[in-house]
Design a protein around this ligand. Structure first.
Ligand code: LLP
Length: 424
């Protein structure tokens, strides 16, 4: 029986509920595939971090890349969240939901001139800068705009955190951050950047890291770096420890926010800087599920395949990272399980949600839920195979609403044209 530790999704009377609403009712009304978010789980997770770190009153910048649905962002902004953004589009979304610009950190290894200018104009808190050429460029643009902007250097602590290689960012084999030697040099010669106030240190070592040790090693390294700067009379006002806290997908036993805080806070004793954090997955990952419909069960004599109406274009994590998402029936009663691959309709062998997994063999046309789909789900979806992106729904108590309509064919051909010279 289903025992996944996400509080606001649970079975009652042989029905999967999201808070006070039957998941099947939403799926019938809105169709599938559909992402369903629990407002309560979302804000609870934000509050868990806020509470755990209350002693230092951090700026918690939700990493919008994990889920940039406007309703999610609004709910978090209402809770006092800031945002970690990585593009001009994310900046615009932050403005749309009325986010406090003084709680916005802008990361990304490749910020364009337009994005930099827009962010300066918006008055964001700081830029997390990832290279010297980028620093020079921000200085130049700020100069043209007659502004002084705050900068944190994203330092690369050269740490190999145990997670999937594609989401491991803290080593010098990766494109992220500035090596400590160069970063120190920049701080020491910061007077040459007339329009920058370089007063922050940022680290982010990777994502879905379930243990404290890699974070602690990286934080200690970054703090030693800060000490070195302070010895040279340089004051650090912001210390950003990034995101990366792991969650439960399967049998992980990740640290809680409290356990994490209990280990991190002692390291920060006596520091005067403001702490920033950039959690994404921890806040939204288990606040969302993804509903698909079983189409067929196919048996080729060697293996069985459960074919569903969602594909890797809708939720790419299993094919991209071999990620595990638990799959459960929306109506669990009176069904047997079957050993199979759960696959989508896309013309690629990698279009698989589960390999050789025992799942409940619901009737053709019935719904299945993929759990822990709130982070890096919808945001990474695409139109591959000319498939419209799924709908998104938010539930709060007994209320629910479509917060992102399903795309239609018109959306898919928007801006497309057939030129005269090939049109006959
Ligand atoms: N800060 C920075 C600078 C980041 O690059 C990221 C994530 C975060 C914060 C938030 O990390 P989180 O707390 O969510 O772990 N698509 C992958 C994850 C990519 C993470 C990218 N950066 C996945 O589905 O697992």
């Amino acid at each position: 029986m289903y025992s996944h530790p996400i509080h606001d999704f649970s079975y009652r009377n042989e029905e999967l509920y999201c808070e006070g609403i039957k998941v099947s009712a939403i799926a019938k009304k809105v169709g599938t595939p559909v992402y369903i978010y629990s407002y309560q789980t979302l804000v609870d997770h934000f509050r868990k971090i806020k509470e755990a770190f209350r002693a230092v009153n951090p700026i918690i910048c939700f990493a919008m890349k994990a889920n940039s649905n406007l309703a999610i962002l609004k709910a978090l902004a209402n809770e006092g969240a800031g945002f970690d953004i990585v593009s001009g589009g994310e900046l615009k979304k932050a403005r749309l939901v009325g986010a406090d610009m003084k709680k916005i950190a802008f990361a990304s290894v490749g910020k364009t001139d337009g994005e930099i200018a827009d962010a300066i104009k918006a008055g964001i808190l700081l830029f997390n800068v990832e290279s010297k050429p980028e620093l020079e460029n921000i200085n130049r643009i700020a100069g043209k705009m007659k502004k002084t902007v705050q900068v944190a250097l994203r330092v690369n602590p050269d740490i190999d955190a145990p997670t999937h290689d594609k989401i491991n960012t803290g080593s010098l084999k990766k494109k992220f951050g500035i090596d400590l030697k160069t970063a120190r040099k920049i701080f020491l010669e910061q007077k040459i950047y007339k329009n920058l106030h370089i007063n922050g240190v940022h680290i982010h070592i990777g994502s879905q890291i379930t243990k404290a040790e890699p974070f602690l090693t990286a934080i200690k390294k970054a703090l030693a770096f800060v000490d070195g700067l302070e010895k040279n009379g340089i004051k650090v006002d912001y210390f950003d420890i990034g995101g990366g806290l792991g969650i439960v997908y399967n049998d992980e036993t990740p640290q809680t926010a409290r356990e994490f805080a209990d280990k991190v806070l002692p390291l920060l004793k006596g520091r005067t800087f403001r702490l920033l954090m950039e959690p994404g997955r921890f806040i939204v990952g288990n606040a969302g599920i993804f509903i698909t419909r079983k189409l067929y069960l196919k048996d080729n004599g060697v293996k069985k395949f459960m074919i569903v109406d969602a594909g890797m274009n809708d939720l790419v994590r299993p094919s991209m990272y071999g990620a595990y998402h638990e799959i459960i029936p929306v109506k669990p009663s009176g069904i047997a399980s079957v050993m199979c691959d759960v696959v989508g309709p896309i013309c690629e062998s990698g279009d698989v949600f589960a390999h050789d997994r025992r799942v409940m063999n619901v009737k053709d046309g019935d719904f299945l839920a993929l759990l822990s789909a709130g982070a890096y789900g919808y945001v990474m979806s695409s139109n591959y195979n000319v498939r419209p992106r799924a709908a998104e729904v938010m539930v709060k108590g007994r209320q629910w609403a479509v917060v992102q309509e399903r795309e239609n064919f018109k959306d898919l051909i928007k801006g497309a044209s057939i030129p005269e010279f090939i049109s006959h």
